[in-house]
Design a binder for this molecule. Structure first.
Ligand SMILES: Cc1cc2nc3c(=O)[nH]c(=O)nc-3n(C[C@H](O)[C@H](O)[C@H](O)COP(=O)(O)OP(=O)(O)OC[C@H]3O[C@@H](n4cnc5c(N)ncnc54)[C@H](O)[C@@H]3O)c2cc1C
Length: 521
């Protein structure tokens, strides 16, 4: 028997954020609009979960076999995931959705899944863009999505040490609201902020837009509670320790292969009273990266420090629209800027004076707070507008990497060249999203008309070309994680011995291999 349901969870929000008319006009001139991709009903096969397994799971946690619930956990939110939900390519649909409400229930679910040999995909916000939540069976007869949405509490707060313990299924906005009641913030704001969870951030070594100031997610983790098929594991008793290798770092970035993270102890900071955001423009990508490197190496980065290349700046200014964009263009030309590259600075705790003082000697044009605030207010529009771009027949996707400063120009050229080679004449935009003393990340956004015949292969080929170009120069992922999509490139980065180490750990935590098959390695 098959159930047919219409797709709802494929969209970022229940309402589509339309593209403004000037954005549509720009798209149609620059790349031409493609054929709209309509939403079609998707067929959901009957659950393969045996009656025995269903009853055993039902005895320990809430479980749903509802077709809509299962479809809602069929993959993440990459471009390919989104178009698969619109009928292009095959979706992997879990046989059941299990919703435990406590770490103890998670432990019991794992016990039952080992007994019945069922694959388990830990599911946080489902925002993975690398196939991390694909419901792969790994040779098992059935697979469940283990949705952590009901683990959404603030377990404890220690204001003296500034540590909060949050359950793994807490979404980022809920975490911020819970912490705000105590005057604190986590300061972790990835672009997927509205939907992603604390457990997902820890499982993928996430980086937020303000990570120059607040640190990457792994820098915030003070302790973890993990349920594994081999039992519970708790780590984190001091701010630093010389008691052997840092085992906590094995959990962070383990992408659900070793266990299910159920609680995370996090360093929190006082909520800033008056965050200040500003925009400046530098002349050219080379000058821009030199500025950011200088700031990073002088410990003068703003909490948010983001440099767009010429193409991304052009798009940002074009999308500002109308008379304002025209005047800005004129002003920049008057100031002698030939290749405008936009820099956004945001100060949430760090000193504006320190950053701006360190820019001395670099040529930049200040655009003031209006530009910074406009970026801050629009920073979640990207995910919301992906549905509208699909509706307009556009293939819109992102990918990211990082390398050392000396190799950054080569990495930038290689990825752009690969994407252009694979896609014809796409718009390829790039920004430095995170900067460090020794290097930086590069975040690419691609826009191209969707191939009507075979949109899946169109993007798969482009992504493969970009990954080949990255391999050997930079990391295959700076913050999106490995998932299914980057798994073929992991060995080149960590070596065959590295993969063996991960396999050995996996067999210790998960001897029968139920957890998240087909991901990471
Ligand atoms: C539009 C958009 C923008 C994005 N921007 C950013 C960004 O700025 N920075 C960034 O870092 N990432 C970004 N991402 C990627 C994604 O949001 C992150 O990887 C995020 O950390 C995933 O969190 P989640 O709760 O949605 O996890 P999910 O997508 O549900 O899961 C991610 C992986 O972690 C595993 N997992 C989830 N929860 C647990 C748990 N409790 N225990 C064990 N394993 C678990 C899953 O099995 C899966 O392999 C973006 C994604 C989208 C769609």
């Amino acid at each position: 028997m098959c159930h047919t349901v219409s797709v709802t969870r494929a969209r970022w929000t229940s309402e589509t954020t339309p593209l403004p008319p000037h954005a549509l006009a720009w798209l149609s001139t620059r790349i031409g609009l493609g054929t709209p991709l309509d939403e079609v009903p998707v067929t959901v096969p009957e659950s393969a979960l045996s009656e025995d397994a269903f009853e055993a799971l039902e005895a320990v946690a809430e479980i749903s076999l509802d077709a809509g619930d299962r479809l809602g956990r069929a993959g993440g939110l990459s471009y390919l995931d989104l178009i698969k939900r619109r009928g292009c390519g095959e979706l992997t649909i879990p046989d059941a959705v299990v919703l435990p409400s406590s770490p103890e229930e998670v432990q019991e679910v794992l016990r039952v899944c080992v007994e019945h040999d069922i694959a388990v995909v830990p599911f946080g916000g489902g925002t993975s863009v690398v196939g991390g939540v694909e419901a792969l069976r790994g040779g098992k007869d059935a697979v469940i999505a283990l949705d952590l949405a009901r683990l959404n509490r603030l377990v404890s707060i220690d204001p003296v040490s500034r540590i909060a313990v949050l359950q793994a299924g807490t979404t980022a906005p809920d975490a911020e609201n819970l912490l705000a009641e105590h005057g604190f913030t986590l300061g972790h704001v990835p672009q997927s902020f509205e939907r992603a969870t604390i457990g997902g951030f820890a499982a993928t070594r996430s980086a937020g837009q303000a990570s120059s100031g607040y640190g990457r997610f792994e820098d915030m983790v003070e302790g973890v509670r993990v349920q594994t098929p081999a039992g519970e594991w708790r780590l984190g008793s001091a701010p630093a320790s010389a008691a052997g290798p840092d085992l906590q770092q094995l959990v962070i970035g383990s992408e659900g292969l070793f266990g299910v993270i159920t609680e995370v102890a996090l360093r929190v900071r006082p909520k800033p009273e008056n965050p200040v955001y500003e925009g400046v423009v530098v002349d050219g990508w080379e000058a821009g990266t030199a500025l950011i490197r200088d700031l990073a190496q002088r410990n003068a980065l703003a909490d948010v420090t983001r440099l767009s290349d010429v193409d991304e700046t052009e798009v940002a200014l074009a999308l500002t629209g109308g008379r304002k964009a025209e005047l800005l263009g004129k002003y920049l030309r008057f100031r002698g800027v030939e290749q405008p590259c936009l820099v956004i600075f945001g100060w949430e705790g760090r000193s504006r004076d320190v950053t701006m003082g360190a820019t001395y000697g670099h040529k930049l044009v200040r655009l003031g707070r209006a530009m910074g605030e406009s970026w801050r207010h629009g920073r979640f529009n990207g995910p919301r507008q992906r549905d509208a771009l699909l509706d307009a027949g556009v293939c819109a996707e992102t990918l990211e990497t990082a390398t050392h400063w000396s190799k950054l120009p080569a990495l930038y050229d290689a990825v752009r060249g690969a994407l252009k080679g694979a896609l014809g004449d796409p718009v390829v935009m790039c920004h430095v999203s995170h900067a460090y003393e020794t290097g930086a990340s590069l975040y690419f956004t691609v826009l191209v008309p969707r191939d009507v015949e075979d949109p899946v292969t169109q993007w798969q080929q482009a992504k493969a070309a970009a990954c080949e170009a990255i391999s050997g120069i930079g990391t295959i992922t700076h913050h999106h994680a490995v998932g299914r999509d980057h798994a073929p490139y992991l060995e080149a980065e960590i070596g065959s011995l590295g993969v063996e180490v991960l396999r050995a750990l996996k067999s210790t935590f998960d001897p029968t291999g139920i957890l998240n098959p087909g991901k990471l390695m």
